[in-house]
Structure formats: structure tokens, C-alpha cells
Design a protein around this ligand. Sequence first.
Ligand code: HEC
Length: 126
Amino acid sequence: MTIKPILRLSLFGLLFFGACSPEKSPKQEEATESKEAIAKQKLAVGKSIYETNCAGCHDSDVAGAPKPGVKADWKNRMQQGHDIMAKKAIQGIEGKKGVMPPKGGNDVLTDEEVTSAVNYMISLTK
Ligand code: HEC
């Protein structure tokens, strides 16, 4: 019976390596952490853009501007999807109750900045 010790050894090997494999390598962990950090940072940028350029109308229901956090204001708008909403915020909207000028009236904002503000608004409303 010389096979048994070998079997035992290879079984041990399987268990040993099997136990190691589900763990993430440090590099993978770093990657997920920095992804989260980037997402947080983007929301923070969106927040400050929102507060300076958009809150004037959107926090006080000017001309029917949907208020972040008020689900009823966003229910129907959400269905069109984030991308279209961002596009409309960039190009301007002529709604039933009121008008939103392109980029909220601040032409120096880039499309990305307006989009980040839209994402911030949506993140408050989910
Ligand atoms: C002058 C007031 C005003 C400012 C400033 C303003 N908005 Fe608006 N916004 C509106 C109004 C009014 C509506 C609603 C139009 C309608 O009836 O659909 C609206 C709608 C929206 C919507 C919903 C679009 C949709 O598809 O339903 C988004 C998103 C939005 N604004 C983003 C922004 C962002 C981002 C900023 C700042 C960069 C901003 N708004 C600044 C007045 C404003």
C-alpha cells in the first residue's frame, strides 16, 4: 500500500490550494476600493456643481423643477433613463410647467459636470 500516502498528500494539496483561491489578491482589493473611491469622489463633485448651479431652481420647486429626494417628482422622469435625462439637462428642457435653460443657464459647465450633477440628484432620489 504505497499509494495511500501519495493520495493523502495530493488531497492535502487540493484542500490547501482550494482554501486559498477564493481570497482576493491584494491588487484586486485595491482595484475595488479605488473604484468606490472614484464613485464617491464623482458624487462629491456632482454635489458641489448641483449646489452652485442647480439648487436655486431644483431645491425650491421653481417653475416645476423636480426636487431631488422627492420621489413623486422623479417617478415618470426616471423611466427615460439617466443618459437621456442628462442629455436634456445639457440641452435644456421646455416642460409643461416651466423651462430649464441649457446647463441650467451656466454655459461654462462641461457636459460631464452637468451629468455629474444629474447623477448626484438621482442618487438622492433612489
Ligand atoms: C432656471 C431654473 C433651473 C436651473 C438653474 C436648473 N434647472 Fe433643471 N429643471 C428646471 C425645470 C423647470 C425642470 C422641469 C422641466 C419639465 O417640466 O420637464 C428641470 C428639469 C431637470 C431635470 C429632469 C429632466 C427630465 O428629463 O425630466 C434634470 C435632470 C435637471 N433639471 C437637471 C439640472 C441640473 C443638473 C442643473 C444644474 C446644472 C439644473 N437642472 C439647473 C429648472 C432649472
